[in-house]
Write a protein that binds this ligand. Structure first.
Ligand SMILES: [Fe+2]
Length: 200
């Protein structure tokens, strides 16, 4: 009888890609205007952003109807994401703990970083597609790249990294520990996104 074996990928890392949020068309411009206005009022903070503007982390506390819509949608899609992982995952105490805006002109990018100690992290693309045109499939300008947390990924058949092309209105969500970065874009288009941390 031939030798047999079985195997499993024991520690998968979930990365959720949510399609264009329902209601996006109604709130896109309001959120863009809000972020542009905040930039006029505030020089922003420096974290992983290089050349780009990064607001403070408390946008979820603003009494703004567009922000209320967004925080409520983020909680809704996070709840669905967690439930899709299997039964028994508590979603009762989900809360948006940080929410911020990012503006990136040509040349701006984000160095490798993670959102460790936050359970879930993610990005919501408000106006980013145009800064990441698919003129050349090898051009990673403007793309989000997630790094495999395992040191020997490729030798074990696991990709070293995953690339995500921004689509306006969509969300990419992942565990806070996961390292990632954003490639610099070289287009004349401003790239506008919002990022968040959600805890359970
Ligand atoms: Fe990030």
């Amino acid at each position: 009888m031939a030798d047999t074996f079985d195997f499993e990928h024991a520690f998968p890392v979930p990365i959720f890609r949510h399609s264009r949020l329902d209601g996006f068309a109604k709130h896109q411009q309001g959120l863009i205007d809000l972020i542009r206005r905040l930039r006029q009022e505030d020089k922003g903070i420096r974290r992983s952003n290089q050349l780009g503007w990064h607001s403070d982390y408390s946008l979820h506390e603003l009494p703004d109807p567009h922000i209320k819509w967004l925080t409520s949608k983020l909680l809704e899609i996070t709840r669905k994401s967690i439930e899709s992982l299997g039964k028994g995952k508590s979603t009762q105490n989900l809360r948006v703990t940080q929410l911020w805006g990012n503006l990136s002109e040509a040349g701006a990018y984000n160095i490798t970083h993670n959102h460790h100690l936050h359970t879930w992290a993610g990005v919501f693309y408000l106006l980013a597609e145009a800064s990441c045109e698919e003129s050349n499939k090898d051009d990673r300008g403007g793309m989000l790249e997630m790094l495999c947390p395992f040191p020997y990924g490729e030798q074990q058949g696991i990709a070293n990294s995953m690339l995500y092309r921004p689509k306006d209105g969509t969300v990419v969500m992942f565990p806070g520990f996961l390292n990632h970065f954003v490639h610099p874009h070289r287009t004349p288009h401003m790239r506008i996104s919002m990022a968040f941390n959600i805890d359970v």
